[in-house]
Design a protein around this ligand. Structure first.
Ligand code: SAM
Length: 159
């Protein structure tokens, strides 16, 4: 693990045993080093590939109807034990949950991406900010593309 910075604090983590993720594929990007990676993706950024495992190809049926997708991925090369962090660019110290840093107990990254094309089990997208080979957790249509269902009973509006 790299050294921690002034103001940073660490907790002892128990081995995780309460949830198991199933990676659905890998993300192919031009970035091999963290220093080259953008802090956040841009919709005019380079085209990247979401390579889903073949068994998930049928799960993409209908995806072409959406221009914007929400992507969840596992920032697998992050440490996970910092409670407070001092971002290099800032000089101040923040709580982990007050940052979008990749360093967090469950290193899930999210990006809104633009769908460029689909080739079978591969989606070409723009708007990512992760290292080449980052495990893919989920792909969802842009939430704004859905009309919420009318609630069936008073009081259940948020269920
Ligand atoms: N857009 C996502 C979010 O907001 O949840 C991730 C933002 S995070 C600030 C993006 C940074 O995470 C990149 O600039 C890079 O330094 C780092 N990163 C990218 N891929 C990673 C990986 N697979 N493991 C660890 N760190 C990664």
């Amino acid at each position: 693990m790299p050294d921690i910075r002034a103001g940073e604090t660490v907790v002892d983590l128990q081995p995780a045993s309460d949830a198991t993720l199933c990676f659905i594929g890998r993300i192919r990007t031009p970035w091999r080093d963290r220093e080259d990676c953008p802090r956040q993706g841009r919709q005019d950024g380079p085209v990247c590939q979401l390579e889903l495992d073949r068994l998930w190809e049928p799960a993409l049926k209908g995806i072409e109807e959406y221009e914007t997708l929400e992507i969840l991925y596992w920032l697998d090369r992050s440490r996970r034990d910092l409670v407070t962090q001092s971002p290099k660019s800032d000089g101040r110290t923040f709580g982990t949950f007050a940052l979008r840093s990749p360093v967090r107990p469950n290193p899930i990254g999210t990006s809104m991406v633009r769908l460029i094309a689909r080739r079978g089990n591969v989606l070409e997208v723009r708007g990512l900010d992760c290292l080449d080979g980052t495990p893919l957790i989920d792909v969802k249509p842009d939430r704004c593309a859905f009309s919420p269902k009318a609630p069936t009973k008073p009081g259940l509006e948020d269920t």
